[in-house]
Ligand binder design. Structure first.
Ligand SMILES: Cc1ncc(COP(=O)(O)O)c(C=O)c1O
Length: 390
């Protein structure tokens, strides 16, 4: 049996390094090694003196200690350092699942969160986030109806890529109760945690690692901290048996973290608040610009503002969008390919994230977002005022 294709990566691979305007990226504005070291008070000489031997499989104890400080009740022993955040999804699913298991996963989702589990388990049940007029909702009754005695794992991602949804504390608690009552593992991907400035929601939820004993929590430095090229990620697993099993699988993937990444990740964690604050400020500013763009184009797009994270999921009225165009646009996929090829503007089709309706993902974390939005606006049916790119 073959695993489903990773459509997001396929789409990005085609255009990401040639398109002029990246309007779909989920990571926040990045920084150079020199800028990072200046901020952290580290030095290039320190990096240069680093020996390039093997590192500890579970990760450097100091690195794990710094990660543990981001949680309330987590110790360095509970942390497994990864060679990329996405590796944590693969390792978790390999460790937890076999063909007798059922899995429930919040949908839409970042491809890996669905496809690895779907590939390994007996039955995979998507659990749809529900679009309302102005946002998104979790249907917990629907979740209850999906759970069975064979459900081994529930997969969620808060703040959510692509919708920017984040549950309230009570809803999160109810979700955990459902997992607990049914003795299910809960995998929570928290890679956008700390980006709660959208719509002034401003509330960072407790990490699932701190409130549910049978959880596996993923995080890393790629999104909120703007360092995807470091390939730095970690899992928090408080169950020691499961953690050891997972490290056993890690020996077959990457064995241990890359030494330069560990060094730089520790520098980044020492200034994590500053890095996250910078990203929050960029998202906040872009969100305001995007909201007024969406208001101007309310006939073309339904805007559900994100509550958290660095992405939003925008519903497109393809018929309206095709007004006055020579060529008919039959699908969001075709629209995104055409936009990338003809105008160098990258939006991610919702199909890549398992969404069959007419949605595209936009990314709010980059400094050139305003200019990219101006470029997109210029392609829309005419008679709309241009944005000021400043
Ligand atoms: C929800 C989610 N989890 C995990 C990842 C993986 O992060 P990385 O590509 O840095 O490994 C991504 C990347 O887009 C993501 O959106």
């Amino acid at each position: 049996m073959k695993i489903k294709p990773f459509l997001t990566e396929h789409f990005f691979a085609k255009y990401e390094f040639t398109a002029s305007h990246l309007l779909a990226s989920s990571d926040c504005e990045t920084t150079s090694i020199a800028e990072l070291l200046e901020l952290s008070g580290g030095s290039l000489a320190g990096l240069g003196a680093l020996k390039l031997g093997y590192t500890e499989s579970q990760g450097h104890p100091d690195y794990r200690r710094m990660v543990a400080e981001m949680y309330e009740g987590v110790s360095a022993d509970d942390v497994v350092i990864l060679t990329s955040p996405v590796e944590g999804i693969y390792l978790t699913m390999q460790t937890l699942l076999d063909a007798s298991d059922e899995v429930i996963a919040l949908s839409p989702a970042y491809d890996a969160l669905h496809h690895v589990a779907d590939h390994l388990c007996g039955e995979f049940r998507p659990w749809q986030l529900v679009p309302t007029r102005t946002g998104w909702e979790m249907d917990l009754d629907h979740l209850r109806s999906l759970v069975s005695s064979k459900t081994r794992l529930i997969i969620v991602n808060f703040p959510h890529n692509p919708t920017g949804y984040q549950p309230g504390r009570d809803e999160l608690q109810e979700l955990i109760e459902i997992a607990r009552e049914n003795d299910c593992w809960l995998f929570c991907d928290e890679i956008y945690r700390g980006l709660e400035s959208g719509c002034d929601a401003g509330v960072t939820l407790p990490s699932v690692a701190d409130v549910y004993e049978k959880s596996i929590v993923l995080n890393g430095l790629s999104k909120t901290f703007g360092l995807p090229g470091l390939r730095a990620g970690w899992l928090v697993i408080r169950d020691s048996v499961m953690r050891e099993k997972l490290i056993g699988w890690k020996h077959y993937t990457t064995i241990c973290p890359a030494a330069p990444t560990e060094y730089l990740a520790m520098q980044a964690l020492s200034v994590r608040d500053q890095l996250a604050e910078r990203s929050r400020a960029i998202v906040h500013q872009n969100l305001a610009i995007c909201t007024s763009f969406m208001q101007r184009h309310a006939a073309l797009f339904r805007w559900r503002p994100p509550l958290a994270g660095s992405t939003a999921f925008v519903e497109i009225d393809l018929e309206q969008l095709g007004r006055g165009q020579k060529q008919v646009t039959t699908s969001v996929m075709q629209y995104c390919h055409d936009l990338a090829k003809s105008h160098g503007i990258l939006l991610l089709p919702g199909d890549c994230l398992g969404c069959s309706s007419e949605f595209v993902r936009i990314g709010l974390g980059r400094l050139d977002f305003p200019a990219a939005l101006v470029a997109w606006e210029a392609t829309l049916p005419s008679a709309f005022p241009a944005l000021d790119a400043t």
